[in-house]
Ligand binder design. Structure first.
Ligand SMILES: Cc1ncc(COP(=O)(O)O)c(C=O)c1O
Length: 476
């Protein structure tokens, strides 16, 4: 009998290793949809493991809808289990390590009418004043360029943020429970790497922030979607998912969610924090847009309700304060923080100190508060323009109370032609985000995300007219 190739005393159970290995090969397309997989007996002999081990791996693949059983004749590949051909790299050495980033692929498309970018129009930032803060930082810290930050982040900034969140939301926080990361994307990635092992269950909103799907998929997680609506979540369903799957975490973006703009109401926040504690499921709260509201301010973050350490709070400051600085904060309890620090120290030696110091002086300035006020007004006007242009179309959307995006449902006829619509738009220098890449199930084909934050008012109007005209030519 051959020696088992999977033996790894520190790793998962043997059948789980066989599962991972088979799943990876299915995903790479080594066996096609509906193709019969090798028999339990032959694989057991090939791997040098007991037949029961292979059988259990197949059972798990079946349970996770990666294979199906036909007429007791064996296991067959379930359609949809393989990665699309573009995801499989030509070079076999690279292919083992590269994973897709669907949104960044869309962002790489150069276009005049960028409705795909949930970014702030740089003209809306007080650019003229930035240089003042940069100069002030060099005067105050002449050696700033000659020094690394600590991995956890600049102590002065962490202390200032602790004070800010305690004052604003009554967070109970010490500066050691604050980590500065290079944007919230890095924070999601660190959290996934530290907390999620292959086959762990992870709840995601449906739809959700597209890169989160890619990150948790890369981690090998089993994704469980739960709908987000203008009224928040269905808590009965979330509780049922927690009971049934014992998920490791629930990644959520509950305030002016990207892509929908929906906000989870305060009553649900308290209840969900209690559920998280009951089922020992961590809540990863990604808070990227809390200050961009057009009416009343949104409810306090989940973190404010958490007394048992089940919420990890990520607050990005890049989206509307200073995208070029890429600063975000993670707040969590020491038990998790110590692992995040280890992971961060393998990524870099801390977020650039210069960026942290500039951010510190800029964010806590009076000008910043005035800037936020103007920003809300400017973005609300842009949202209004986009909605005005959409009025005549009959498409559906819920007007969001904040954030950067409209989540729009096109009539059924467009869903089959989404790829063609995207391609024609590119030819006309227009981009948008197709709903399917925001859906953990990769469906939602008749939805799309359009951002009103990046283009100026004139471009917004012109771009929308061109987009709607193109759509009507293709589908009406
Ligand atoms: C919900 C959400 N999370 C994270 C990010 C990434 O933000 P950052 O620039 O801080 O990495 C974005 C950016 O669009 C976002 O919308």
């Amino acid at each position: 009998m051959k020696k088992a190739i999977f033996l790894n005393a520190n790793s998962d159970k043997l059948f789980e290793q066989v599962y991972d290995y088979l799943l990876e090969r299915i995903r790479r397309g080594e066996w096609k949809a509906h193709e019969r997989l090798p028999s339990v007996r032959s694989l057991a002999s090939e791997f040098g493991v007991h037949r029961l081990t292979v059988f259990k791996a197949y059972q798990l693949l079946k349970q996770n809808a990666k294979v199906y059983v036909k007429d007791k004749s064996g296991y067959y590949v379930q359609p949809g289990s393989t990665w699309p051909p573009v995801a499989v790299q030509q070079d076999p050495i690279i292919s083992a390590y590269v994973h897709d980033s669907h949104l960044s692929e869309i962002h790489q498309v150069e276009a005049v009418y960028q409705f795909s970018k949930a970014l702030l129009d740089p003209n809306l930032l007080p650019n003229r004043y930035f240089s003042e803060y940069v100069k002030r930082v060099f005067d105050l810290y002449p050696k700033v360029l000659g020094t690394y930050s600590t991995t956890q982040g600049d102590r002065e900034l962490r202390e200032a943020l602790r004070g800010y969140f305690t004052g604003r939301y009554h967070f109970e926080l010490t500066e050691d429970e604050v980590l500065i990361s290079s944007g919230s994307q890095e924070a999601i990635d660190l959290i996934a790497r530290v907390l999620v092992k292959p086959r762990d269950y992870v709840i995601l909103e449906r739809p959700t922030y597209s890169p989160a799907i890619d990150i948790f998929t890369r981690q090998g997680a089993n994704l469980i979607p739960t709908e987000i609506t203008p009224d928040g979540y269905c808590l009965e369903q979330v509780e049922e998912l927690m009971r049934k799957y014992k998920p490791r975490l629930f990644y959520m973006n509950p305030t002016f969610q990207n892509p929908t703009g929906y906000t989870v109401p305060a009553e649900q926040r308290k209840r969900l924090v209690d559920l998280a504690a009951e089922y020992r499921c961590l809540l990863v709260e990604d808070d990227s847009y809390p200050d961009i509201y057009f009416g009343a301010a949104p409810p306090a973050p989940f973190f404010a309700y958490d007394t048992s350490g089940h919420v990890i709070y990520i607050r990005s400051f890049s989206k509307y304060i200073a995208p070029g600085l890429s600063i975000a904060m993670v707040a969590c309890r020491p038990g998790i923080m110590k692992y995040l620090l280890k992971a961060k120290s393998l990524t870099d030696s801390g977020t650039p100190l210069l960026n942290q110091k500039i951010f510190l002086h800029y964010f806590f300035s009076e000008r910043m508060q005035q800037h936020l006020h103007k920003l809300r007004t400017a973005l609300s006007i842009r949202k209004g323009i986009m909605e005005e242009e959409l009025q005549s179309t009959g498409w559906q959307w819920n007007s969001p109370d904040g954030g950067f995006n409209l989540w729009i449902k096109l009539p059924g006829s467009a869903s089959a032609g989404m790829d063609e619509l995207l391609a024609s738009c590119r030819e006309q220098s227009i981009t948008f985000v197709p709903g399917s890449i925001c859906d953990p199930l990769r469906e939602m084909n008749s939805w799309m995300r359009m951002s009103y934050s990046y283009l100026n008012e004139q471009q917004l109007r012109e771009g929308m007219r061109r987009f709607i005209g193109l759509y009507q030519e293709m589908f009406e």
